[in-house]
Write a protein that binds this ligand. Structure first.
Ligand SMILES: Cc1cc2nc3c(=O)[nH]c(=O)nc-3n(C[C@H](O)[C@H](O)[C@H](O)COP(=O)(O)O)c2cc1C
Length: 394
């Protein structure tokens, strides 16, 4: 592990390391949201409104953060959320994230627009790798991708529903990171000031959306495959689609991007196994509430059968503990591990997971929780909990 990564003591340190290594066009793609980026700010600030109550006199000399999810025991309650186009930040990064997750015994979700192959994920991390689907306009492509995930031996399919259209990512527009690419002289010069990144990019070339290549015209270049993907996606995923995928997919089915209790109820009625309460890290609807604000109402509506998971706005292990106390069974992070991996590959992603593990552990000791099962609403400062419920009820 590089000394800089070993010296990173929190999320923001990893973010700064990624910022140093990446050109602005790439860093902004990870960091950014849409419109005025109020959604990202709210994702972070809403965690500040959730207070945990210190409790002492309990024997917390040893703490156990192993967590059961879909019948499997993971070492920690935090996994890696899907992040697309990751090969832009470091060649091969999708499978590096998969390896880091496997080694840490936590789940990794491969993005529907990943630059690593579904089949390689099945080979490298069959027990930890999940696949995330973006519906293609041509649904036979989606059905084939689902079949490939099944054939690769993956246990869990995640369907993302919160991208009915592309959002207005103004950082990307200003950086010329659009289709077609419109890089300005300034952007090009800026890229030259990041020689480590540039040398790797020059060696490997434009990243390929490899899970889509077989559906694009034969012999398509990476750029032509990207063009094909942009013709096929986004395509709104409907309840009727979910019903069909439920019939096709034999493993655990998770719907990502649920932000309303009624949508959770609908998922349960369709036989979905889990949902991820998420606003895509503040990248899709800038006026969205923070997912942590809607989590309690969704947990209350979801019922016993649906496993409720959480992502968006996690920067601290204590945020993860707060989400678990509010009823999430498991938590995922997007930017944190991606910053780590962009900065330093597998050790960087592993460092992000280590930092969270340590912060979760210390938080558990402070609130008198020896294991994950014992976390619950009793650890929340009651006024805050009541406010969260009131906010939802209006
Ligand atoms: C660079 C980047 C790419 C993303 N790509 C995808 C994707 O391909 N599929 C998806 O379902 N979510 C995607 N997301 C959203 C994440 O899965 C996750 O919901 C979000 O990052 C969680 O918020 P956090 O970054 O604050 O942890 C992406 C997020 C980022 C930052």
């Amino acid at each position: 592990m590089s000394s800089a990564v070993a010296a990173a003591i929190n999320f923001d340190d990893l973010r700064q390391l990624a910022r140093r290594r990446l050109p602005k066009i790439a860093f902004d793609f990870i960091e950014g949201g849409l419109d005025d980026e109020h959604g990202i700010a709210r994702n972070y600030s809403s965690f500040q409104d959730v207070c945990l109550v210190p409790r002492y006199g309990i024997d917390v000399a040893t703490r156990d953060q192993s967590t059961e999810l879909f019948g499997r025991t993971y070492a920690s309650p935090v996994g890696i959320a899907p992040t697309g186009l990751a090969g832009l930040f470091r060649p091969g990064v999708d499978l590096m994230l998969a390896r880091a997750a496997r080694d840490a015994n936590v789940p990794f979700i491969m993005s529907g627009v990943s630059t690593g192959l579904i089949e390689d994920l099945g080979r490298i991390a069959p027990e930890h790798g999940w696949y995330q689907l973006y519906c293609a306009k041509d649904r036979t492509i989606s059905e084939d991708q689902v079949k490939r995930a099944q054939d690769a031996g993956l246990s869990t399919l995640v369907i993302t529903v919160d991208v009915p259209v592309g959002s207005k990512r103004e950082r990307n527009m200003r950086n010329g990171f659009t289709r077609p690419l419109k890089m300005t002289l300034k952007t090009k010069l800026e890229a030259c000031m990041h020689p480590g990144w540039l040398a790797e990019y020059a060696r490997t070339g434009m990243p390929l959306f490899c899970n889509w290549a077989k559906y694009a015209p034969a012999g398509a270049t990476p750029d032509q495959v990207a063009e094909f993907v942009s013709q096929q996606t986004p395509s709104p995923c409907t309840w009727a689609d979910i019903e069909k995928f439920r019939r096709q997919w034999k493993g655990n089915l998770v719907i990502k991007g649920i932000m309303h209790p009624d949508d959770a109820v609908r998922c349960a009625a369709l036989g979905v196994d889990g949902i991820m309460v998420s606003n895509h890290g503040g990248r899709q609807l800038d006026k969205s509430p923070g997912p942590i604000e809607v989590l309690p109402a969704i947990v209350a509506a979801a019922g016993e059968k649906l496993t409720v998971m959480y992502d968006s706005g996690i920067r601290r292990g204590s945020d993860i503990v707060a989400a678990l106390c509010l009823g999430a069974k498991f938590v995922f992070v997007g930017r944190a591990t991606l910053y780590g991996a962009a900065a330093a590959g597998i050790p960087g992603a592993a460092r992000a997971l280590d930092i969270f593990r340590d912060e979760i552990d210390r938080t558990m000791a402070q609130i008198g929780a020896p294991d994950i099962r014992s976390l619950g609403p009793q650890h929340l400062f009651w006024e805050q909990t009541e406010n969260l419920k009131r906010n939802w009820r209006g």
